[in-house]
Design a protein around this ligand. Structure first.
Ligand SMILES: Nc1ncnc2c1ncn2[C@@H]1O[C@H](COP(=O)(O)OP(=O)(O)OP(=O)(O)O)[C@@H](O)[C@H]1O
Ligand SMILES: [Mg+2]
Length: 298
């Protein structure tokens, strides 16, 4: 499992002849949208083209990136995620490109950047829309030359071979109009564009995901809960999930901790989720497919 994600394992012969396991990251879901995404991931994984993944917060942009990496020829090399929103500019520059000893206070030794450690693998630039214009310029230069300019280094740097996948929940075209995202960088990154739809637009996936997270959080005898009642599943399926799959995952994790019986009932759900159900019940929304209400662990 990678981050709670289902993987199927197959084996393949490595160049030195040893059998190496190869993990194949799969998306959970049975909606037409997830089926189409799965096919797109398979197609894209075979190429080396840059990919831009867009979608609301928590829809599964990172798992799509991991799936692309896991199904392509770079699968046995590093997948290096970098959160471009999480670090101040100077630290992000060092995180990506590395630095040489003494280049700034605290740089006690040479340190490779993620682009270097991901040589022959994949770099995942998460929240790329949060990069400053200066960092965007540095990234563009790297994409054009493949050459690493470490912080504090003179002269030309090592050439690395890295597949670049970027993701954002921002509207980059809008940012270009506002002058906060470079148009030339946008066209470099946006060779293949994958849109991950919000969970409310693929409600058939909710029961499958809910049961998967339940199995995950109750596994190894950690809980007495064995299922979700049909009424509770209906409420979960009809809620709008503004935080998408990540919110669903968190809700199931919280329920597993707080519910003491064997079944998660509608009374255990937050008033927000139940209130949504009540509104939609009056509008009689149809849920496409029936779902299992119990599961077995292991
Ligand atoms: N189709 C799916 N199958 C299984 N797990 C999923 C799926 N989609 C999302 N998840 C899980 O939901 C959580 C959120 O997904 P992920 O981190 O990929 O979303 P994101 O779009 O990158 O979110 P953010 O915008 O917050 O960074 C993760 O734990 C991920 O494993
Ligand atoms: Mg993410």
């Amino acid at each position: 499992m990678i981050d709670g994600v289902a993987e199927s394992s197959s084996s393949r012969i490595s160049p030195i002849g040893a059998i190496r396991p190869r993990s194949h990251v799969q998306l959970t879901g049975r909606s037409a949208e997830v089926t189409a995404l799965e096919q797109e991931i398979d197609r894209v994984a075979r190429s080396d083209a840059k990919v831009l993944i867009t979608g609301e917060s928590g829809v599964g942009k990172e798992i799509v990136a991991r799936a692309i990496h896991s199904r392509g020829p770079r699968a046995n090399h590093v997948f290096a995620p970098v959160n471009c929103a999480g670090l101040p500019e100077t630290l992000l520059e060092s995180e990506l490109f590395g630095h040489v000893k003494g280049s700034f206070t605290g740089a006690y030794r040479d340190k490779p950047g993620k682009l270097e450690t991901a040589h022959m693998g994949t770099i995942f630039l998460d929240e790329v829309g949060e990069m400053t214009l200066r960092m965007q310029g540095l990234l563009l230069r790297f994409l054009e030359t493949g050459e690493l300019q470490k912080v504090g280094a003179d002269g030309s740097g090592r050439i690395v071979n890295v597949r670049v996948i970027a993701a954002t929940n921002r509207d980059l075209r809008d940012m270009i109009k506002q002058g906060t995202f470079r148009e030339d960088l946008f066209y470099r990154l946006n060779v293949i564009h994958i849109v991950v739809p919000p969970l409310r637009d693929r409600r058939e996936d909710i029961p499958v995901l809910a049961n998967q997270f339940l199995a995950q959080f109750t596994g190894a005898g950690r809980s007495s809960i064995t299922g979700i009642s049909p009424e509770a599943m209906k409420a979960l399926t009809e809620y709008s999930w503004p935080g998408n799959v990540r919110e669903l995952e968190n809700v199931i994790e919280r329920l597993v901790v707080t519910v003491s019986g064997s079944t998660i009932g509608v009374e255990h759900l937050s008033s927000e989720i139940r209130a949504y159900d009540a509104v939609l019940l009056r509008r009689s929304v149809n849920v496409v497919a029936p779902w299992p209400t119990t599961f077995t662990n292991g």
